[in-house]
Design a protein around this ligand. Structure first.
Ligand code: RP5
Length: 164
C-alpha cells in the first residue's frame, strides 16, 4: 500500500542484528500505509548519532519514535530523555537472558521520562507499529480508517470454533 508521507514514524534500533525483530514494526506500518524511516542508532556504539537523532527528531518531522534494543537496552530511555515525542520501546530478545534484561532496562524509567514499553520480541515490535499508527490516527482520518479495517479483519479471521 502506498504510504501517507512524509514519514512521521521513526524506527530506530541499536544494531543491524535487531532488524529481524524491528522489521515487524515496519511490516505492520506498511500494511497500514504509514510511512516510516528505519535507522540504526546505538546508545553505546554511536552516542553522538544518538544525541543528534534525539535532539533533532521533532524538527525532522517525526511524531512518534519506536526504539528497539537488546541487552543493556538504554536506547529508548536515552531518546526519551532527548525528545518530547512519544517513545515506544521494544525489548529485543537477547541471547543470554532471553530479553528479560532488555525489558528491565526499558521499563523501569524514572517518573517524568516515560517510555511506553512493549512485549519482548516480535509481538512487541508489531504492537509498537500498531500503537504508532493509533497515535497518528488521532489527527489523520485516512490512517484511522485503515486501522479500523485492519482491526476488523483481525477479528473476522478468528473462527467461532476450533478446527480439528
Ligand atoms: C544492543 O546489543 C543491540 O540493540 C542488540 O540488541 C544487542 C546486540 O548487538 P550486536 O552485538 O548484535 O550488534 O546494543
Amino acid at each position: 500500500m502506498a504510504a501517507d508521507t512524509p514519514a512521521r514514524v521513526a524506527i530506530v534500533m541499536g544494531s543491524q542484528s535487531d532488524w529481524p525483530t524491528m522489521r515487524c514494526a515496519a511490516d505492520v506500518l506498511d500494511e497500514l500505509g504509514v510511512a516510516y524511516d528505519a535507522r540504526i542508532v546505538s546508545a553505546h556504539r554511536t552516542p553522538d548519532r544518538l544525541h543528534s537523532f534525539g535532539k533533532g527528531a521533532a524538527d525532522e518531522g517525526f511524531h512518534v519514535v519506536i526504539a528497539g534494543a537488546g541487552g543493556a537496552a538504554h536506547l529508548p530511555g536515552m531518546i526519551a530523555a532527548l525528545t518530547h515525542l512519544p517513545v515506544l520501546g521494544v525489548p529485543v530478545q537477547s541471547k543470554a537472558l532471553s530479553g528479560l534484561d532488555s525489558l528491565m532496562s526499558i521499563v523501569q524509567m524514572p517518573a517524568g521520562v516515560p517510555t511506553g514499553t512493549l512485549a519482548i520480541g516480535e509481538a512487541g515490535a508489531t504492537n509498537a507499529g500498531i500503537l504508532a499508527a493509533s497515535i497518528l490516527a488521532l489527527s489523520n482520518e485516512n490512517i484511522a480508517e485503515r486501522l479500523k479495517a485492519y482491526r476488523a479483519a483481525r477479528s473476522e479471521a478468528v473462527a467461532e470454533r476450533p478446527a480439528d
